[in-house]
Design a protein around this ligand. Structure first.
Ligand code: NOJ
Ligand code: CA
Length: 721
């Protein structure tokens, strides 16, 4: 059988071991009779962690179970067909963390690929290789796993299920190759995916989750409940078992397929629920496809989830070639003023995106060393009710008071880039029609980064189909999965990076398309301006363990005037000032905004210094301590020099955390520039009490981080020459 799907192009470089195993041999797991047995008994010695068991009963196909373990043997997966359908199970340190769970796909044209399919063939291999990120949390990423690919058959058609067992979790996916049995089915419509995650003891597991397929997409406050209380959740969905194991379910490499939310059936049975097209079909595909990877990160503690690269490792390598034009950096912008109602996106006396205001921001950016200035509201369309009709937007026609030629010239003279903005309001056909011209215009003006926006309720993306009929799609259905990626690849042709707001969730595609530089995809800072309600103190103590496991987020930290309408107002930031600084290290993004108005930074230049010093591109990152929803401490090393940085933050509870500085280079001294909450600080009544102090430290030292209620600490460790 020809396997025509495009496989992961990962090339094993250090160790590879590939064994073909005949599946009808071995020892009993349990016996099930089905109609055929097509294999000659032939035991092949197994390498790495694969064990294959079944009972040889002449002329009856047997139940088979194949196992694969992680390189360190802590995680093991078994795949069986002994209930008359494929099921998998996962153990961690000898305890079951995923009970036997169904696998399979349902096609409109063919029915179910699952029940009555049995394992006919298994291949195994292992890989240990290291690859480089052009920009990221670290320079080198180790990809180390054992793998099995099982071919399942019902005698008429075959499909494959591939499992990878890493030390930090597992990934699996389905592959339906082109084959003779599908010659008459050129189109395949998936009506359901049967994948389950059956979690033992759901009543005693704690889950952190946001609702899936709601009107506000991914922009919800997290719920902390026992796992059985989830109804339908977005991924990454993170949970902790009663004995302290931390797991997170997500997906990797989501392309040309629908996104998966988790729908709870019986208690603990989380089912993959693929977001449908407007016509109800989940995925429109053809023979020779593979699904995204279903991933389960597994760690003995909360920081273990953060020190994992599974999602990136399950994506294909960079397809764009030389991406030196993709530049991490820091930016300011004409943005917060609109959210505070000081300015407007639309024309009029409060119009923010004017030539003079943009030049003023460019002056500020140049003075303090920022790379770019984001300008929203520069183009025609913002007047009136753009939220209800995104077709009003022009992406090539600036407002008359925004002189794009003069502005881009001015930016060049100041060595500050204009950062582009396209709000589509979810009217994607309108955007598609103008996309080439819009990207060409920005390219002509030296713009290398565009923030895009898809503000529309979940399920209300407007597209006009080939017949001219208007359809309404979900942000995370297959249509939009492709639409978002289309904008990224079109931008790449012009050397432009994309920062998507109201995006599809991140599934690690930045590895394959490094110009997909960041995205939103969770509640960001903007909610604090609107107060609808603002992000609560635990929000950024949950994000690292949930949303951030998927990839960088354009959260837009750094608000210094925490309560423009007073500390008692609803629309205020519920953190101390120091926690705003810590966010630059905690919430990874290669592009970080200093989101507040320039005047608020000028008032507190001492604290602003940390934002000026902190890099956005790292050679190493380590989560040092944390508990989901309570606190987190990260250490990261600059790519440019030997500086290390720490960011630590806490929820509503003040806390001290002892940190060993053994990550620093040994036998060297550093000046620790510490930005911490003052003794009287708390987010509610005294968020501006802070201390900036210096200490000489080395790798042998320990530091105690003292954080106020919803406070934080930010530290720069500057190498002393
Ligand atoms: C929502 C985005 O998240 C925000 O940053 C932007 O200012 C508005 N949409 C308008 O495009
Ligand atoms: Ca948003």
């Amino acid at each position: 059988m020809a396997h025509a799907y495009s496989s992961d192009s990962t090339k094993p470089t250090q160790t590879t071991n590939f064994t073909r195993v005949n599946a009808s041999t071995g020892v009993i797991h349990s016996a099930i009779s089905t109609a055929y047995s097509r294999f000659t008994p032939n035991i092949i010695s197994l390498s790495c962690a694969l064990v294959l068991t079944s009972l040889a009963i002449p002329n009856i196909a047997q139940a088979k179970t194949v196992n694969v373990a992680s390189p360190d043997k802590h995680i093991s997966i078994s795949l069986t067909d002994d209930n008359g359908r494929p099921e998998y199970q996962v153990q961690f340190n000898g305890k079951t963390v995923v009970n036997p769970s169904k696998l399979g796909l349902v096609f409109q044209q063919l029915g179910e690929f699952g029940v009555d399919f049995s394992i006919k063939d298994v291949k195994n291999s292992n890989v240990d290789q290291t690859w480089q990120l052009p920009w990221g949390e670290r320079e080198n990423v180790r990809d180390h796993y054992n793998r099995i690919v099982a071919t399942l058959s019902n005698g008429k058609v075959d499909f494959d299920i591939e499992f990878k067992a890493f030390n930090d979790g597992i990934g699996f996916r389905y592959l339906v190759p082109k084959q003779a049995g599908l010659a008459n089915t050129p189109k395949l419509d998936i009506t359901d995916e049967l994948t389950e995650f059956a979690i033992p003891n759901p009543h005693t597991a704690t889950a952190w989750w946001i609702p899936g397929r709601g009107w506000n997409r991914y922009e919800y406050l997290y719920r902390t409940t026992s796992l059985d209380k989830i109804d339908r959740a977005h991924t990454p969905m993170t949970f902790r078992t009663a004995d302290g194991v931390h797991l997170s379910i997500h997906e990797a490499a989501l392309t040309d397929y629908a996104s998966m939310v988790l729908n709870q059936g019986r208690d603990g049975i989380l089912r993959a629920d693929l977001t449908p097209w407007s016509d109800g079909i989940r995925v429109k595909t053809q023979p020779g496809f593979s699904t995204p990877w279903r991933t389960i990160q597994i760690a003995k503690d909360a920081p273990g989830l953060l020190n994992s690269d599974i999602i990136l490792n399950l994506n294909e390598p960079n397809k764009l070639g030389d991406v030196s034009w993709v530049q991490p950096g820091k930016y300011v912008g004409i943005w917060w003023g609109m959210h505070l109602n000081e300015n407007t996106w639309g024309s009029g006396p409060k119009h923010g995106a004017t030539t003079s205001e943009t030049k003023r921001y460019m002056d500020f950016a140049a003075k303090y060393g920022f790379d770019g200035v984001l300008v929203e509201g520069w183009n025609e369309g913002w007047d009136g009710s753009w939220f209800d009709n995104g077709d009003v937007f022009s992406f090539t026609q600036p407002y008359p008071d925004f002189d794009i030629d003069a502005i881009s010239q001015y930016g060049k003279s100041k060595n500050v880039r204009l950062i582009g903005h396209h709000e589509t309001s979810g009217s994607v056909t309108n955007y598609r029609k103008q996309m080439s011209d819009a990207y060409d215009l920005y390219k002509k003006h030296g713009v290398t980064q565009i923030k895009t926006g898809y503000v529309a309720d979940g399920g209300d993306i407007k597209r006009v189909d080939e017949q001219g009929i208007t359809r309404h799609e979900w942000h995370d259905g297959q249509f939009m999965v492709n639409e978002y990626l289309h904008s990224v690849t079109e931008a790449a042709k012009r050397g432009i990076s994309i920062n998507t707001h109201e995006p599809i969730k991140d599934t690690g595609l930045r590895r394959t398309y490094p110009n997909w530089i960041a995205r939103e995809g969770a509640r960001g800072q903007e909610f604090n301006a609107w107060g609808s309600p603002p992000n609560n103190p635990e929000h950024t103590a949950i994000l690292p363990y949930t949303r951030m496991l998927s990839g960088p987020m354009d959260f837009t930290p750094g608000i210094f005037n925490l309560a423009p309408e007073g500390l008692d107002a609803v629309n205020r930031v519920q953190t101390t000032l120091m926690k705003q600084l810590a966010l630059y290290v905690v919430l990874y993004s290669p592009i970080q905004m200093a989101a507040d108005l320039p005047r608020n930074y000028v008032e507190r230049l001492d604290a602003f210094q940390f934002i000026l010093d902190v890099p956005t591109d790292w050679s190493e990152s380590k989560a040092l301590a944390g508990e989901v929803g309570d606190f987190v401490v990260f250490a990261r090393k600059s790519r440019k020099n030997d500086d290390w940085f720490i960011g630590g933050l806490t929820d509503e509870n003040p806390r001290t955390v002892d940190i060993a500085l053994d990550f620093l280079t040994p036998n060297t001294t550093y000046q620790a520039q510490i930005y911490r909450d003052g003794a009287k600080a708390n987010w509610l009544t005294n968020p501006y009490d802070y201390v900036i102090e210096q200490k000489v430290v080395s790798a042998k030292d320990k530091l105690t981080l003292t954080m106020a209620a919803s406070g934080g600490t930010a530290i720069r460790f500057k190498l002393i020459k």
